[in-house]
Design a protein around this ligand. Structure first.
Ligand code: GLC
Ligand code: CA
Length: 558
């Protein structure tokens, strides 16, 4: 039996976890001081978001040197201590593998951009300009960057454009080039495996293979100059060949855990990445749930969604491995998503526990995100754009202002944008962890790089740690119960009961000899229901006959 199916994982966003030296930025030293806290919570694996050297244009997802640590986070020696600190407590550590792109400050890119015949020219994706009928220089095609604008950036030095699906300073690596691939394997993977890490979360794992003819994308948003290009960049022609090579050349030599950020794809495509016999990666993150209510290629365009949509997204995430040799994950928050209780539930303590109950019972390896265990919420709607720090949010805001010549903060278009940002911006996940009720929530003794959520004196670890009724104590319980009943919860089959019910989410988890009935009230109303003949395993409320708002129960039925 492999070790990575039954583990509880916890994601750390280093800038915002814990500052140990008062400079306002979280760091590795801070993480080390909280390892006992995580162990005690019931965590087995830590996934650490990028701590590599980086100009931080995309919070470390723009790496300038895979083999160095961002100095404000610490040193290689600190990383050795962190690895040792995890291992000595029986925990494992996985890092982020960001190899679709580097920072433009990476030595490889500096060489690549220096001349047309540099040996590393072909390590990135360069194309000649196009010219329109008036003779104006244009990008090679109409692809849109995830961070707004053209996906191509003009580089004067050689009069060509380079591809950058994310920030201008995140040029895409050219995976078609074998030398480039081997350099990635050595520098980004082997270097860290040899230092003792236990695996990787694979960033943007679906994007390495682009359709090599680079055609224009179809017009999806007629008013926009640039168009989503996923069909030419996602799950591309050689993507599985690349993952198989990475596995056979590197990963297979270590007892590693790998989880790919695959995001959007069909069940058939998803299985190709994670079916055991394909030997690519162990499990993946799909975005069916977290991108509910937004246009996937354009985060700030909101869509309506109902509980029925939420339920069917959960179902498809749980079900896709049924009857296969594949494996999957359970998660509802990460550094790219708003806080789950604000997005999908009642934004209160009871909702936090109800979501915990849901997570306890779903099929796959569980990941929780820092702060989720104390019920951290979205940032207040009253905060202005100056409190937002994420490049995705800021680029979208500035683009809106520029395109519409907006000069007034109360312009309805801007208000609408800020309404959307208050719901879905990545910033909500990135505010500092609330440790206690002292200034800045005990995250730092200095000035935090990002403002701490105003509710820190209410919602924080210190308040909750010794309170048996707190969200934190509830998370401890569910993390333990998930293991006690691992055949049922982690591995069992999911079967929905009330598909069309707009208020409650009821489903079975089943093994051959055990069943659990999970009943969750996703509404502000009291709901009548008939309890099953069975033993109540856990609930987030004192039991009454009816289900109170945001109440959840799990029954074990023999
Ligand atoms: C992934 C990361 C996200 C980052 C992007 C570019 O989606 O999760 O935070 O901005 O890749 O590296
Ligand atoms: Ca610090």
């Amino acid at each position: 039996m492999v070790w990575w199916k039954d583990v509880n994982c916890y994601q750390i966003w280093p800038a915002s976890f814990k500052d140990s030296n008062g400079d306002g930025i979280g760091d590795i030293g801070g993480i080390i001081t909280k390892l006992d806290y995580l162990k005690d919570l019931g965590i087995d694996v830590i996934w650490l978001s990028p701590m590599f050297d980086s100009p931080q244009d995309d919070m470390g997802y723009d790496i300038s040197d895979y083999e160095k640590v961002y100095p404000k986070y610490g040193t290689l020696e600190d990383m050795d201590q962190l690895i040792e600190g995890c291992h000595s407590r029986g925990m494992k550590l996985i890092l982020d593998l960001v190899v679709n792109h580097t920072s433009s400050e990476h030595q490889w890119f500096k060489e690549s951009r220096s001349s047309l015949d540099n040996p590393k020219r072909d390590w990135y994706i360069w194309k000649k300009p196009k010219y329109d009928s008036q003779g104006n220089r244009q990008p090679p095609n109409n692809w849109k960057s995830y961070f707004t604008g053209s996906a191509w950036k003009y580089d004067e030095a050689t009069d060509e454009y380079y591809l950058r699906l994310y920030a201008e300073s995140q040029p895409d690596l050219n995976w078609e080039n074998e030398d480039c691939r081997n350099a990635i394997y050595d520098s980004a993977l082997k270097f860290w495996y040899e230092r003792g890490i236990d695996g990787f979360r694979i960033d943007t794992a679906r994007l390495y293979s682009k359709v090599q003819t680079f055609p224009d994308a179809p017009i999806k948003f007629p008013n926009d100059e640039f168009q989503p290009c996923d069909m030419y960049t996602s799950n591309g022609p050689r993507i599985h060949e690349f993952h198989k090579e990475m596995y056979s050349k590197v990963t297979s030599h270590y007892d590693a855990m790998t989880v790919g950020e695959v995001g959007n794809c069909s069940r058939e495509d998803a299985l190709k990445y994670v079916s055991a016999r394909e030997k690519e990666m162990n499990m993946l993150f799909l975005f069916d749930v977290v991108f509910l209510g937004t246009v996937r290629t354009s985060r700030f365009r909101l869509l309506d969604f109902t509980l029925v949509d939420f339920k069917s997204a959960i179902k498809s995430q749980c079900d896709f491995i049924k009857g296969t040799d594949a494996w999957s994950t359970v998660f509802i928050e990460n550094h790219d998503q708003a806080r789950c209780i604000s997005r999908f539930a009642g934004n209160n303590e009871k909702s936090a526990k109800m979501i915990a109950l849901l997570q306890m019972t779903l099929t796959g390896t569980l990941f929780i995100y820092q702060g989720q265990e104390i019920g951290m919420t979205n940032l207040p709607r009253s905060w202005g754009i100056e409190e937002y720090k994420d490049i995705e949010t800021l680029n979208a805001y500035n683009d809106l202002v520029k395109r519409n010549n907006i000069t007034d903060k109360n312009d309805p278009k801007l208000v609408e944008f800020m309404d959307a940002a208050a719901k879905v911006a990545r910033d909500h996940a990135r505010s500092p962890v609330q440790w206690n009720s002292t200034k800045h929530g005990g995250f730092t003794t200095g000035d935090p790089w990002m403002r701490v959520n105003d509710n820190y004196s209410d919602i924080n670890v210190e308040n909750q740690i010794d309170d048996p009724h707190s969200v934190l104590s509830f998370y401890k319980k569910i993390l333990a119960l998930r293991k006690t009943y691992k055949d049922l919860f982690i591995h069992g089959d999911f079967e929905m009961v009330d598909e069309d019910n707009e208020k409650t989410f009821t489903f079975w988890k089943k093994t051959n000899d055990l069943k659990a009935l999970v009943i969750l009230n996703f509404s502000n109303d009291v709901v009548q229901f008939e309890p099953p003949q069975g033993e109540l395993l856990l609930s987030n409320f004192e039991i009454d006959k009816a289900l109170s708002p945001w109440e959840g129960r799990v029954y074990i039925v023999k």
